[in-house]
Write a protein that binds this ligand. Structure first.
Ligand code: HEM
Length: 133
């Protein structure tokens, strides 16, 4: 049963609470038995029913236990077809923000440093021009 292949069209037919399929990392899961038990609430699962839930699932940073529950609900693989949405590539929750944060941090540091050097230069200049009188 878990070797079965589903297209997006197949998956998108299972969107009710009693019959809820979702896709995580190109695998198809039947989450109907779990909807009522989900600690994050049934609403979020119903929201991604019949769709690719990879991003939503990974964004939350689910535990290994959550992944085991997911494994237990596996019904098959997603069969991609032309015209399907692209696979969601997932680089981790902080991959993009970390590098952004680092570069703007360096820029800020440079501005402070240059400002400090200029102020020190001006101070020295004023001092020396006062002494020469
Ligand atoms: C069928 C797929 C899913 C399974 C098996 C699952 C399972 C779990 C489990 C076991 C927890 C408890 C905390 C943990 O162990 O990480 C949890 C929490 C949570 N889940 Fe899911 N989840 C699924 C899909 C989703 C999706 C698609 C969302 C969408 C945003 C979501 C949102 C949340 C949130 C917000 C919490 C935190 C609840 C809290 O701590 O109050 N989950 N989930």
């Amino acid at each position: 049963m878990a070797d079965q292949e589903f297209t997006y069209a197949d998956v998108s037919e299972h969107v009710s609470k009693k019959d809820l399929f979702l896709v995580v990392h190109d695998k198809v899961y039947n989450a109907s038995s779990f909807v009522d038990e989900h600690p994050g609430g049934e609403e979020v699962l119903l929201d991604v029913g019949g769709q690719d839930a990879t991003e939503a699932f990974e964004d939350v940073g689910h535990s290994d236990e959550a992944r085991e529950i997911l494994d237990g609900m596996l019904v098959g693989k997603l069969k991609r077809q032309e015209g399907d949405p692209k696979p969601k590539s997932y680089g981790g929750p902080t991959a993009a923000t970390t590098s952004d944060g680092a570069s703007s941090g360096v820029a800020l540091y440079a501005v402070i440093l240059i400002g400090g050097v200029l102020a020190f230069g001006a101070y020295k200049y004023l001092q020396s021009s006062q002494e020469s009188h």
